[in-house]
Ligand binder design. Structure first.
Ligand code: DX5
Ligand code: ZN
Length: 217
């Protein structure tokens, strides 16, 4: 199984101090930064886009894991690549042709991730999609907002993927915290996104280390 990757979601940070908040997480041991892009169409919320990612790019060398909660995933690939995104994860529910979007992302020099909402069956990603993508993201909340309750039933999808694709990066996102990490780690997820539980922690380093140990054990 691939090693643990811990990706704090800056959605939970103080956006007035984005640079300081992002670098604080990197200093506390974060591997990636998870950047939630929302367009107000695919999800009922608006966050940030390529201009902000571009401003953050010179502030850190961290890998930018861009979670694109957008209605037209192909439309933003070029902008996010130019802004310095490293992974472009789009929702399978937002396109009829996920394979073409994966190819487009690769053409722009980024890794391609494919996300599944809680109600989307894992079968949607088996085969071509899981074989071509660099990562599958299993949402453990409805996308759109931080601070929601973890949906443990979603991790069955991670288990199915892990059994079939032992080397695939499998990310979980939504409600991950010290009291919910076990089921995701045991199901074989190795990329852990967490917003509230990291930015709100008195000692984020301790939480990151615990997440890492639970995945790697
Ligand atoms: C929700 C976002 C998540 C969110 C996670 O749509 O995709 O990345 O920030 O936040 P927490 O960890 O607070 O559930
Ligand atoms: Zn996210």
């Amino acid at each position: 199984m691939p090693k643990a990757i811990i990706a704090p979601s800056v959605l939970a940070c103080d956006f007035a101090n984005l640079q300081a908040e992002a670098t604080r997480m990197v200093k506390n041991g974060a591997d990636w930064l998870h950047l939630d892009v929302m367009d107000g169409h695919f999800v009922p919320n608006i966050t940030m886009g390529a201009p902000i990612i571009k401003c953050l790019r010179p502030c850190t060398e961290a890998f930018f894991d861009c979670h694109m909660m957008v209605a037209d995933p192909a439309r933003w690939v070029e902008d996010i690549a130019q802004a310095g995104g490293n992974m472009y994860t789009f929702h399978i529910e937002a396109t009829k042709d996920p394979v073409s979007v994966i190819h487009l992302i690769h053409k722009h020099g980024m890794k391609a991730g494919v996300a599944l909402k809680p109600g989307t069956p894992v079968e949607a990603a088996l085969g071509d999609v899981a074989e071509l993508a660099d990562m599958i993201l299993i949402m453990t909340v409805e996308p759109g907002f931080g601070g929601q309750k973890y949906k443990e039933e979603c991790v069955a999808k991670a288990l199915t993927l892990r059994q079939r694709y032992p080397h695939l990066d499998i990310e979980v996102d939504g409600g991950l915290a010290l009291d919910t990490i076990d089921s995701s780690a045991q199901a074989g997820a190795n990329v852990i996104v967490a917003g509230t539980s990291l930015f709100g922690a008195p000692n984020p380093h301790e939480v990151i280390t615990t997440f890492r140990n639970k995945v790697n054990e």
